[in-house]
Design a protein around this ligand. Structure first.
Ligand code: HEM
Length: 460
C-alpha cells in the first residue's frame, strides 16, 4: 500500500520544496527492517516496483529512507543535486579502517584533488597496457581447469580477480603467500560485516573480530608499504598501477604522502576486486543458462581468434562478447545499490526528502524499467548493439554510477570484463550442476549469486 501525493508539475516548486514524500505502507515498529535483512535486493525491488515517479519512502526501524529507481531521479541524486548528498555515515565508518581517506571515503576538496590526480591513470588511453597481464593471469586459471573440474564459479572468479588485481597493482601474486591472502580475506570480511550487519561494533571496540581485523589490516598495509619502500630506492620501476600512483603529481608538482598512497591503493583494490568477480560470475552463469547466446560467443571468438590468445587489439572485433558482459551487468549490477544520505532538506522527483534520510539508488530496479528495457527479466545481449544502446535514455543504465563519483576504474573494468568473457569461453565450456542451476541475487557489499554457481568446467 502506498500513499501518494502528486508532486508539483515539473518537479520542485519555486520555493525549492516538493510535495510530501510518499511512504510505503506502515510495517509496525521495525518498518521494512526485517524484509531488508532477509532479502535486501528483493525488498528494495518490490518497493521500487510500487514507486511512482521512481521515488518511494520507507522506514528501517524508526529511520526514514528512500529508494530511487528511475533514470531521471538517479541523475537528480548523482548529478543535479549531488551537493545535497553525502555517502552515508554507515558506509564511511565501514570503509575507513581499511581504506583510510581514499576515493571511496573522502569528500569535498580532498576528494576532488585526489580524483584529478588518480583518474588520468585509468583513462581509456592508459588501460590497454594492462590487457596482456590480465590475459596471462586468466590463461593460468584456465590451465588449472584443463583436466575438467567441478567448481564454484563465484569462488573461482574471486580467486582470478584477486590474482589480476594483485598483478596490475603490484606486479606480484598472492597465490603462494598464505599470510597475505588470509589477511586480505579477513580485512574485507570485516568490512562486509560492518556494512551489512545491524550489530557491527566500531573498529575501536575490543572484540575478538575487531582485533583480528586490525591485525589483518596492519599486515596488508605493511605488505604494500614494503613495496613502496623498495621502489623508492630501485633503479627501475615495474610497469604497474603502484608505480603510476607513486609518480602521480598534483598541479603544484608534489606527490602523495605515503599514507594517502596506501589509502588509494587499498581503495582501488577493494573497489576493483569483488565487483569484477561478481560481474564475471554472473556472466558465466547467464551464458551457461542461455545456450543460444553461448553459441554466438563461441562463433565470434572462434572466427576472430581461432585458437590464439585474445589481445586488446582484438576487442573491437568481438562486439557480441561485450554486449553479453553489459547485459549481465544490467540484470545483475555488482553495485546494485549506491548509497547516499541527504545532508540537508532536498527534493527528488518533486518530493521533499528531509535532511538525514538514507537514499538507496537502486540500479537493480533501474535496469529493469520496462520503458527502457522491454521484457526486462529476459537475458538479451542484443539490447546493447551500438544502435540500441544509443537509444537508451541518459541515466537508464548505471553499472558504474554517474556524476562526481562515477567509477574511475570503469574503462579498466570494461576491458577486463570484455577480455575475460572472450577468453574464458574461447577455451572452456561450463555446465551448471544441479546445485548451481538456481541462484538468487544476494546483496552483501556487491550483488553476488547465492549460494554460489556450481558448474562442471571442461575444455572445449
Ligand atoms: C565491474 C567492475 C566495477 C563496478 C561494477 C564498479 C562500480 C562502481 C560504482 C557504481 C561506483 C560509484 C559509487 C558511488 O557513486 O558512490 C564506483 C566507484 C569507484 N570505483 Fe568502481 N567499479 C568496478 C571496478 C572498479 C575498478 C577496476 C576500479 C579501480 C581500479 C574501481 C575503482 C573505484 C573507485 C576508486 C571508486 C570511488 C570513486 C569516487 O567516489 O570518487 N572500480 N565503482
Amino acid at each position: 500500500m502506498t500513499t501518494t501525493v502528486r508532486p508539483p508539475e515539473g518537479g520542485a516548486c519555486a520555493s525549492g520544496h516538493g510535495a510530501p514524500l510518499p511512504f510505503a505502507g506502515k510495517k509496525g515498529l521495525l518498518g521494512h527492517a526485517k524484509e531488508l535483512q532477509q532479502d535486501t535486493i528483493g525488498a528494495l525491488h518490490r518497493l521500487s516496483e510500487t514507486a511512482e515517479n521512481g521515488v518511494l519512502g520507507f522506514r528501517i526501524g524508526s529511520s526514514p529512507a528512500v529508494v530511487v529507481s528511475s533514470a531521471a531521479t538517479a541523475r537528480e541524486v548523482l548529478i543535479d543535486r549531488a551537493d545535497d548528498f553525502g555517502r552515508g555515515k554507515r558506509q564511511t565508518r565501514a570503509l575507513t579502517p581499511l581504506m583510510g581517506r581514499g576515493l571511496l571515503t573522502s569528500e569535498g576538496e580532498l576528494h576532488s584533488r585526489q580524483r584529478r590526480l588518480v583518474l588520468p591513470h585509468f583513462s581509456p588511453r592508459r588501460v590497454p597496457k594492462h590487457a596482456d597481464a590480465i590475459v596471462a593471469v586468466a590463461e593460468e586459471t584456465v590451465r588449472r581447469w584443463s583436466e575438467g573440474v567441478d567448481v564454484d564459479l563465484v569462488a573461482e572468479m574471486n580467486a582470478l580477480t584477486m590474482d589480476i588485481v594483485t598483478k596490475l597493482l603490484f606486479s606480484t601474486s598472492t597465490r603462494d603467500n598464505q599470510t597475505i591472502a588470509s589477511a586480505i580475506t579477513e580485512a574485507f570480511e570485516w568490512e562486509m560485516h560492518a556494512i551489512t550487519s545491524v550489530f557491527a561494533l566500531p573498529m575501536w571496540a575490543p572484540t575478538p573480530r575487531n582485533r583480528r581485523a586490525r591485525a589483518a589490516i596492519e599486515t596488508f598495509r605493511n605488505w604494500i608499504a614494503g613495496f613502496i619502500r623498495e621502489r623508492r630506492t630501485a633503479d627501475e620501476l615495474p610497469e604497474d598501477i603502484l608505480s603510476d600512483l607513486m609518480g602521480a603529481r598534483y598541479e603544484d608538482g608534489g606527490t602523495m604522502t605515503e599514507d594517502l598512497l596506501l589509502d588509494e591503493v587499498l581503495t582501488a583494490w577493494g573497489a576493483a576486486q569483488e565487483t569484477s568477480a561478481d560481474a564475471q560470475a554472473w556472466t558465466l552463469y547467464l551464458l551457461a543458462r542461455h545456450p543460444e547466446a553461448m553459441a554466438r560467443v563461441h562463433e565470434e571468438v572462434d572466427s576472430v581468434l581461432g585458437g590464439r590468445s585474445v589481445t586488446f587489439e582484438d576487442l573491437a572485433r568481438l562486439p557480441y562478447c561485450l554486449q553479453v558482459f553489459k547485459e549481465a551487468m544490467r540484470l545483475f549490477p555488482p553495485a546494485a545499490v549506491i548509497p547516499r544520505q541527504a545532508l540537508k532538506d532536498t527534493v527528488i522527483g518533486g518530493y521533499t526528502v528531509p535532511a538525514g534520510t538514507m537514499v538507496f539508488l537502486n540500479t537493480f530496479s533501474l535496469h529493469r524499467r520496462p520503458e527502457v528495457f522491454p521484457d526486462p527479466e529476459r537475458f538479451d545481449p542484443d539490447r546493447f548493439t551500438r544502435e540500441r544502446e544509443k537509444a537508451q535514455p541518459k541515466g537508464g543504465y548505471l553499472p558504474f554510477g554517474t556524476g562526481g563519483n562515477i567509477c574511475p576504474g570503469s574503462h579498466l573494468a570494461m576491458m577486463e570484463g570484455h577480455l575475460l568473457t572472450a577468453l574464458l569461453n574461447q577455451r572452456m565450456r561450463y555446465e551448471l550442476l544441479p546445485q548451481g542451476a538456481e541462484v538468487r541475487p544476494e546483496l552483501l557489499v556487491n550483488l553476488r549469486p547465492d549460494p554460489g554457481v556450481r558448474a562442471h568446467v571442461s575444455p572445449r
